[in-house]
Design a protein around this ligand. Sequence first.
Ligand code: PGA
Ligand code: ZN
Length: 425
Amino acid sequence: RIKEIDAYQIYDSRGFPTIEVEVTLENDIKGYGLVPSGASTGQFEALELRDKEKGFRGKSVFKAIGNVKKIIAPELVGKSVFDQKDLDEQMIKLDGSKNKSNLGANAILGVSMGIAKAAAKSRQIPLYEYLGEGKGNLIPLNEIQILGGGAHAAWAIDIQDFLVIAIGAKSYEETLEMTYNIYHGAGEVMKSRGKCVGIADEGGWWPDYNNNEEPFEVFLEAIERAGYVAGKDVAISLDIASSDLFDGEKYHFRSENRSFTKEQFYELMVEWCEKYPIISVEDPFADTDFDNWKRFTKAFGTKIQIIGDDLFTTNIERIRYGIEHQLANAVLIKLNQIGTVSETISAIRLTQSAGWLPVISARSGETEDAFISHLAVATNAGQLKVGSFARSERMVKWNENLRIQRSLGSNARFVGAEIYEEIFR
Ligand code: PGA
Ligand code: ZN
């Protein structure tokens, strides 16, 4: 049973305030929920409550902390920690809004994650085993950022993520080795071109270009230099994060000072997908531009993974709508977009039951916690996206999967790019 729920302010990977929740059980076992935070957030996400007051540049989370201590804790103390779904539902009810705007999704998620971790610890089993009820054993294929742009790099380029997927890897270790070679290769290529400023919010190289095609050249050169064949050993994945580029009518590339009609932007996405070895593209269109999503999925949905992030915001109703209207074939899954562990798992299950692929994802503002590595294995999601191959808030997730694989021993599975057989026909 839950004895105590406490909360306090910690700082995320950008140095911004966030919540940590400490759930203590009657047996004195403790579970901690560390809440991540996005920068290119979708308009349909659950609300992250920030104080918007003078101190902490408006970003403190003391109201949300107060809600945990004064409203959520009194309700949940004394209840069984193993009733994750019930406890999450009680918090949703206590909040009473559609987007968790009363208590804050950050307050609710911190408690929800803390409960899950305390429960697993209390059972003396790893978190992936607890969350997956013993059925999770698939070590995910990684999607790893090489170059960062968009809101994560002051709009140096407009495309938010240039990522690599090691489609030829035979093991989880090999995905890491291939990414390691390409990440550092790309850094060298950029430095030799005199166009590397540093690293962006998620650890990828921060480019200094004034167009969105040069990064492709750099990327392909890095792959070649590392001795890999693009399209065979590794493939390119993009997160266009295009809701940030759309004003309701047109798409804009700030770095190129160029605008596109919906039709022109569609043509650009088609051109890139035909020209480059792209296996996956996330948010190619804005979260309201359903026509383009539908048309693109019809044309490329059996060849390319088309992921909705801002489009779905891990929201069951939005995912259901997307499945009905065939808007995509994959869903980015972020705990804090929806705000509880059990709703997140339901979103994953719904995605899988439609024959779509879930991609478990971190936020651009992360913590030193590896909850999502466990979530990916627990649900046999098959893919994980955590930003780049640098900075410990990213590496902790990649490394945790090495540990999970060890702990699963001969039960661990890795199918790599075979996961796409689900959607490529
Ligand atoms: P965010 O970016 O965490 O800043 O929203 C990640 C993404 O768009 O996938
Ligand atoms: Zn995204």
